[in-house]
Design a protein around this ligand. Structure first.
Ligand code: DQA
Length: 142
C-alpha cells in the first residue's frame, strides 16, 4: 500500500510558525513519524510540501500514475480557496482524508468552509500532528 501525504502552503514553517496554534513539531518530525508508522505496517509513505497551488495540482495528478492508494492532505490555506485542488482530487479519484493541525472551527469564519470536505472520506482537525497519524492508521487499516 502506498500513501501520499500532501502539505500545502506555509507548512514548511511548522515548528516556528505561530507555535501557539500549530505546535512545536516541525514538518520533518511529522513526516518521519508517518514514514516510520507506514514502514512498520508494511506500507510506504511519500510526503510532499509546496507553497504553490499549481504544485499541489501537479502532484495530485501525478498520483494517478505512481501507485498511490490513499492521500492524506493538509491543503492549508488552499483548503478554503481552491476549486483547482478540489477538482484535481476528483479527477484522480483516489480516496483522501483532509487533515488540519488546528481546529479550524474555533478560528476565523473564513476557515470554516472547505472546498475539500464534502468529497473527503473523512476530516481530522484540531488534534495537531496526531491527526495525521490517526488518518494514516485509518488508511493502513482500510
Ligand atoms: C491549517 C488551517 C488553515 O486554515 C491554515 O490556513 C493553515 C493550516 C491547519 O493545519 O490547521 O495553513 O490547514
Amino acid at each position: 500500500q502506498h500513501i501520499l501525504v500532501l502539505h500545502g502552503p506555509n507548512l514548511n514553517l511548522l515548528g516556528s510558525r505561530e507555535p501557539e496554534v500549530y505546535g512545536r513539531h516541525t514538518l520533518a518530525d511529522i513526516n518521519q513519524r508517518l514514514q516510520q508508522l507506514a514502514t512498520e505496517n508494511g506500507a510506504s509513505c511519500t510526503a510532499f510540501q509546496t507553497n504553490h497551488e499549481g504544485g499541489l495540482v501537479d502532484r495530485i495528478q501525478a498520483a494517478r500514475d505512481d501507485q498511490t492508494d490513499f492521500i492524506l492532505i493538509n491543503a492549508a490555506a488552499y483548503t478554503h480557496t481552491s476549486v483547482a485542488v478540489r477538482d484535481a482530487l476528483a479527477a484522480v479519484g483516489i480516496p483522501f482524508i483532509e487533515v488540519h493541525l488546528s481546529n479550524v472551527y474555533k478560528r476565523e469564519p473564513f476557515r470554516h468552509h472547505s472546498y475539500l470536505s464534502d468529497t473527503a472520506l473523512g476530516v481530522v482537525a484540531g488534534l495537531g500532528p496526531f491527526g495525521y497519524e490517526a488518518a494514516l492508521r485509518y488508511a493502513l487499516a482500510n
